[in-house]
Ligand binder design. Structure first.
Ligand code: ZN
Ligand code: ZN
Length: 352
């Protein structure tokens, strides 16, 4: 964790600032280990100060590393700790996280200190995972794999989407936390990429899209499988094989140094060639870590270049409005020569 702060300090110095105010809670967790809901980290050349309120006093003592803990007002911005900023002339803040009202509150109190926006500094550091992070992500993935192996036995005609989602959540919670709202979309509902499970009962002859993730000690996994209830029809076999092949092409192209947009194109061009391009309306994938959607994005418009130890999803899909959807999502670690697929759950079309 110390190296993470050093890397950020290097960036602060390089950009000629005297300090940085970190307000994004995932960034704070990444830098000093704090996992609570109220906190503010101020990093200068020689000091690392963490502010929180009384409710998190004990938790901070247990969690915080490489920072001095200061118990402050519940509203951390109302009285900003200006007295702690001796020698600071230019102070950065996280433009993507600090709200405008809190920005104004701080600015009023800074007087002679210049308050400068920065963008995505820590988030960019977070996109390359270290060994400890990889260990936790692997664990989150393993839990997801074990949940999938159990849940496919419960997918039967008559069970509702909501009940199935609740079963998934229960299995996840036995070993971790739910990383994001679980998606169970049966039949036509599978055509909505971010569908919320409802009271619809699963029927024979339908696809079921299952998209769920586990959070383990702060780190997320993310996986989608699409299964078929009954004997697969020609149509589902066709769509499924296109999505699987598109994913395979993208996976085969991944390695450090390659543009993220190129990976997106591998899958998208194939689906388009097969005539379903307009039914694949979202980007191919995203980074995963402390937050389920982070850098780098695997998207048409992405400027990112893949780096060793990025962890990204690869999740092409085809969504036909009156029919349903197929999405297959894996989570991989980018390496120098290719990628390591962290997910072990089977990918052939399961007929349940
Ligand atoms: Zn997902
Ligand atoms: Zn995803």
């Amino acid at each position: 964790m110390k190296e993470r702060i050093s890397a950020l300090r290097l960036k602060i110095a390089k950009e000629r600032l005297d300090g940085l105010v970190i307000t994004d809670l995932a960034n704070i967790r990444y830098l000093i280990g704090y996992s609570g809901d109220n906190g503010l980290l101020i990093l200068t050349k020689n000091t690392s100060l963490f502010f929180t309120d009384f409710r998190y006093q004990e938790q901070s003592k247990r969690e915080v590393k490489n920072a001095t803990i200061k118990i402050w007002n519940r509203n951390l911005f109302e009285v900003f700790p200006v007295t702690e900023l001796k020698g600071v002339k230019k102070l950065g803040f996280e433009a993507e996280s600090l709200s405008y009202s809190n920005y104004r509150r701080i600015k009023q109190q800074l007087k002679k200190i210049k308050f400068v926006p920065t963008e995505n500094w820590t988030i960019q550091l977070r996109s390359v995972k270290d060994n400890e992070e990889l260990r936790l992500i692997r664990r989150a993935v393993a839990i997801n794999d074990s949940v999938f192996a159990k849940i496919i036995k419960q997918i039967k005609p008559g069970i509702t989407e909501k009940d199935l989602a609740a079963e998934i959540d229960y299995l996840i919670k036995q070993q971790g936390e739910v990383a994001f709202p679980t998606i169970v979309g049966a039949g036509r509902n599978g055509a909505l990429p971010h569908y919320q499970p409802g009271t619809k009962r699963i029927k024979k002859g339908e696809t079921v899209v299952l998209d769920f993730g586990t959070k383990y000690q702060g780190y997320c996994s993310d996986m989608t499988r699409t299964v078929f209830v009954g004997k697969a029809t020609k149509k589902i076999k066709e769509i499924y094989s296109i999505v699987l092949e598109a994913q395979g092409r993208a996976l085969a192209a991944i390695k450090s140094g390659v543009r993220a947009a190129t990976i997106d194109a591998q899958a998208r061009d194939y689906i388009t060639k097969k005539g379903y391009g307009r039914y694949f309306g979202h980007s191919l994938g995203h980074g995963v870590g402390l937050v389920v959607h982070e850098n780098p994005a695997l998207a048409k418009t992405s400027k990112a270049i893949l780096e060793n130890n990025n962890v990204v999803t690869v999740e092409p899909g085809i969504y036909l409005p009156d029919w349903g959807g197929v999405r297959i999502e894996d989570l991989v670690r980018v390496t120098k020569n290719g990628c390591e697929n962290l997910i072990k759950s089977p990918k052939e079309l399961l007929e349940l």
